[in-house]
Design a binder for this molecule. Structure first.
Ligand code: G3P
Ligand code: CA
Length: 252
């Protein structure tokens, strides 16, 4: 069947706002997501991990130390403890009071305000933990606007088993020996290499396209890099600077 995530001839590369518009607002918060939306991002990328009491939350690191005023591993903190943290002041006093969103709050916000979510299942998850993520997506009616990606093959397999309708992308720092075979085995809609990984073997884009698999590349913030990806046929760019990429796309 056709893959809707492939770039049509002549169309610009899709703009994916990495952790929201994370160059302009505190990453992985509702304000960085809103900033991305206003910048014209096609997708908002967020990372999801469970709290101690099993509630999926939006956070990149395995601790809250860098991006909040708290300390500790997210998996050692309850949802109530996470809700009390300030996730904005570290970035700017203007953003004091921003919160670590639950996935549920994030999905409710997307449903109300618009946008599509590239949701990264961050780190090892059990099948029950993945099931909890899928429950939030289903309960909020957002299945049609979520794309799941992960470095963890397990997490993608669990997702596929529990929710075969959700599109999947495999994140990679370095390319696999045979990305096409892996994409077929995992029924991927996208293969998502780092820019450095892709640069080692740029011809893999054409190989994946022949197999009907899209390519989303991370994390590229400068016009020189965007130009290389555009020329190489890449479908989507994950960037910390969505407003600038949207502007570059419009001018290109
Ligand atoms: O979306 C790709 C990118 O987010 C993967 O790296 O560490 O920023 O989650 P990281
Ligand atoms: Ca990520």
């Amino acid at each position: 069947e056709a893959n809707a995530y492939l770039r049509a001839p002549g169309a610009p590369m899709s703009v994916v706002a990495h952790r929201g518009a994370s160059s302009a607002a505190p990453e992985n918060t509702l304000i960085s997501d809103e900033t991305a939306r206003r910048a014209g991002a096609d997708w908002i990328e967020n990372d999801v991990q469970p709290s101690l009491d099993g509630i999926p939350h939006i956070l990149h690191d395995d601790t809250v130390n860098r991006t909040t005023d708290g300390q500790g591993r997210i998996r050692d903190l309850t949802a109530a403890q996470l809700a009390a943290l300030d996730a904005g002041s570290w970035f700017s006093p203007l953003h004091a009071g921003a919160r670590v969103p639950t996935l549920r709050a994030q999905l409710d916000d997307l449903r109300t305000r618009g946008g599509n979510l590239l949701l990264e299942i961050k780190g090892k998850h059990t099948k029950d933990e993945v099931a909890r993520i899928i429950r939030d997506i289903r309960d909020t009616g957002m299945s049609g606007r979520v794309f799941v990606q992960s470095f963890e093959v397990d997490a993608l397999e669990f997702t596929h088993e529990l929710a075969p309708d959700l599109p999947l992308g495999l994140l990679r720092s370095a390319l696999d020996a045979d990305p096409v075979a892996l994409a077929k085995r995992l029924d991927l809609k996208a293969y998502n290499p780092s820019a450095g990984g892709l640069a080692a073997r740029p011809g893999v884009v054409a190989d994946l396209h022949r197999a009907g698999v899209a390519v989303m590349v991370w994390t590229v913030d400068d016009a020189t890099g965007w130009k290389t990806l555009e020329a190489g046929g890449v479908d989507a760019v994950i960037t910390n600077r969505p407003a600038e990429l949207a502007g570059w796309n419009a001018a290109w």
